[in-house]
Structures are given as structure tokens and as C-alpha cells.
Design a protein around this ligand. Sequence first.
Ligand SMILES: [Zn+2]
Length: 303
Amino acid sequence: MGFTELHLHLEGTVDRETVRMLDPLATREEVDRVWGFSDFGGFLDCFKFTARRLRGPADYALVTRRMIESLAKQGISYAEVTIGAGVVQWLGYDFDSVWRAIREAQREVQKTIPVEVWWNLDAIRQLGADHVMEIARLTAKYVGDGVVSFGVGGDEVRGRASEFRAAYQYARDAGLRLTAHAGETDGPESVRSALDIGAERIGHGIRAVEDADLLRRLREERIPLEVCITSNVRTGAVPSLAAHPVRQLVDAGVIVTLNTDDPGMFGCDLAGEFRIAAEVFGLSAAELAQIRRNAEEFRFGHR
Ligand SMILES: [Zn+2]
């Protein structure tokens, strides 16, 4: 049984080599500069740089193929992958054409590479409640066609989860599972707000460590955190690797999973995240095995 990856963005799997396939005019120097970010703003610039080079369905198909090949190389046998449906729309593409290209690429590559892949579509928090509802309605159309969940990402500070209650209710009624990025750049209140609208897993959630009541709630409601250590260091969500709270979260009895988030941009892989957890934070073999079981237990996709 390979690794289970629950928090991974399709756009974030684009590495320097892939982006130069998407845009042969991008020079190595330019790409190195964009990929050399050290804070959240720089990371968002890298993400936007990449998104602008996804110039329609064929490009999405290319990155899907390369992503599944990379998952297999990392020893991952199951992945839930987020597509920025809000981003696709923001770029002005017809989502359905992009989706059909992604699914076709997935079917093609899975003939030879047996990685199980399910999809999460997400909306952009700071674009507001109407946008999030629109993406929830869009996501609902793909239930039964490989999409298992709906979520929000983007700027936590400018888009409180409580604004998206109706969208989350709509998605749940449509048969979707619910996730939300929260507690990454904003504090415990953001995580609480995501739980209040029904999020069943929290993307990151690391700042829950600041609030004992919230830790208790996560434990009691059995809400897993999708922890992405290297991501948090590269975006500056934590001031240093040593300051990452993964050890405290495990010790607090919260259900932790380990994930890569945007491996093409952060230069990480899933086995490496487990190595860091062991070598830097002293997680035991038994704790790491439990983290792997957590991901298997709390996955949304089932064949
Ligand atoms: Zn993420």
C-alpha cells in the first residue's frame, strides 16, 4: 500500500521544467526567480505565473498527466487533488472543456499507472459569497464524475468562512464532502468558522495550536488536519522549520495527516515530509504509521 495524499493542488504540481514546457518563452532565469520565493506573496506570484500559463484544456491535460506520473514516482497510490475551479473561471475558460480534458488525460495515463485520483474543486475566498456559491453549483454538476468534495482557498483574512454557509449547505445537499483551507495564515477563529459551516477536514489548520478549546473540539469532532510542513516554511506561515507545530498537534491528540500542497513549487515530495516529521520533530515509526492510517481513514473517495 502506497502513500495517501489528501492535500495537493493540480496547479501546484507544476515545477520549473513543466512550466517551461507550457511556455517555451519563459527563460530559465525568469523561472528560477519566480520559483525562488520566500514568503506568501512570492508564492502567490508563482501560483499566478503558473495559472496564466495554463492556456486552456490541452495545458490542463498536460499537467494532469505529469502529476499522475509524479505521484507514482513518489510512491503515492491514492490522491485527492484540488483544482482551482475559481481560478479556471477567473482565467476566462469554460470549466467543462477543461474538466473533460483533465478526465481524458487521467483515463489515458491510468491505463499504465494505477494511481487512484479523486478531485476537489475550490473557490476563492476573497471573491466573496456569490462567487463561492457559483463554484459550489459548478462543483455539484460533477458529483459522480470523479469530484468528491468542495472547498475554499485563498485569503482567509479577507473571506471569513461564515460568509459561505449557504454555499457549503448547497454543496453538502448535492452529495459533496466539505473541506476548507483555514488556520494557515489566519488564527484559530478562522478554523472555528470553517468548522461551523460544516468543513469535515481542514487544510493546514496549524494555528489551532494557539487555542486549547479548539484543539479539544478538533479532537472530539474527529476533524483531521491536512498538515503540509514544507509548504508552511516556504510560504512563511511559520517563521522557521523548527517552529512548526506538527509535534504539538500530534501530542494534543488531533488527527494529523501529512501532505505536500504544492510540491512542484515547494520542491518537496511526500516521503520527504515523513522524513522531516521523523528527523526534525522526532515522530516515532508508530506515530508516522498512525498518520498514514489517518489519511486512509479520512479519505473522501471510494471506488
Ligand atoms: Zn492548499
